[in-house]
Design a protein around this ligand. Structure first.
Ligand SMILES: Nc1ncnc2c1ncn2[C@@H]1O[C@H](COP(=O)(O)OP(=O)(O)O)[C@@H](O)[C@H]1O
Ligand SMILES: [Mg+2]
Length: 246
């Protein structure tokens, strides 16, 4: 793996009043890697992404993107929120186009929209409205919207929470393929350990609040991964033991 750090998180802490959520967290995200962050519900995963994108100000410490404080106007970072959605009043095509419009990426916009729709297999549904689509198609709209902007850094916050398991694996395969094809750096948040082992190049395991990094695990199984393989199961069980939040 190319060890060129694209994001540097240094001594990051975030508190809300008396509640210390992130407690002195330091790590790097490397160019082109698929980094999964796994931790119990409420440990501060969303808070971390919100701090990274400056929706929240860190209480202390810093997060740098290519050596600078994150600036969403300047840096090509795309954030798929935990409660993502497609805009009901826009067609599939318009939804994907909207992602480029808000980033003011008008150059070659129609071609970019075409390519993104092609990538997720929604070209023939481009004039449909969200209410006419299945959950998996909706998810693809959101993915296409994110990929159309060709982000250097893609942040995904538990994007597959609502989907059934078979669909999840299928979309996960697609996302990994797209990211590897485009050398996109991804920070993928989940509380689902199996999902993290399935997707990640590395897995950051978080503790309960006040949250620190329990362990960083290298996950270099060949892709696509076999969730029944003994090595896969062993890693999944090891992370489960590390967390034990129940
Ligand atoms: N804006 C906020 N104000 C106060 N507390 C917050 C705010 N955002 C998150 N929290 C608290 O921070 C903790 C971490 O929340 P969150 O980052 O959403 O967890 P996760 O995404 O890991 O489930 C929770 O205890 C939550 O109640
Ligand atoms: Mg969350």
């Amino acid at each position: 793996m190319n060890r060129n750090a694209i994001v540097k998180v240094e001594n990051l802490s975030k508190r809300f009043g008396d509640l210390l959520v992130l407690n002195d967290i330091t790590f790097n995200v490397y160019k082109g890697e698929f980094l999964c962050i796994v931790g119990p519900t409420g440990c501060g995963k969303t808070t971390f992404l919100n701090s990274l994108t400056h929706l929240y100000e860190p209480t202390s410490g810093s997060i740098l993107f290519q050596g600078e404080p994150v600036d969403l106007q300047k840096h090509n970072i795309t954030y798929i929120f935990q409660e993502y959605s497609a805009m009901e009043w826009l067609t599939v095509r318009q939804n994907v186009r909207f992602g480029l419009e808000i980033k003011q990426q008008y150059d070659g916009i129609d071609k970019k929209v075409d390519d993104a729709l092609e990538l997720v297999g929604l070209k023939q549904f481009e004039s449909y409205y969200p209410r006419q689509l299945s959950a998996s198609m909706l998810q693809r709209v959101v993915i296409a919207r994110a990929f159309a902007t060709q982000p250097e850094l893609l942040l995904m916050d538990e994007p597959y929470g609502q989907l059934d398991i078979n669909l999840r694996f299928k979309l996960e395969d697609e996302v990994v393929r797209l990211c590897k094809q485009t050398n996109t750096t991804v920070v993928f948040i989940t509380h689902n350990i199996e999902e993290a082992v399935y997707l990640g190049d590395r897995i950051l395991v978080l503790t309960n609040k006040p949250t620190s990094i329990k362990e960083v695990i290298i996950d270099d199984f060949d892709r696509p991964r076999d969730i029944t393989h003994p090595d896969f199961v062993e890693m999944r069980n090891r992370i489960t033991d590390l967390i034990k939040w129940w």
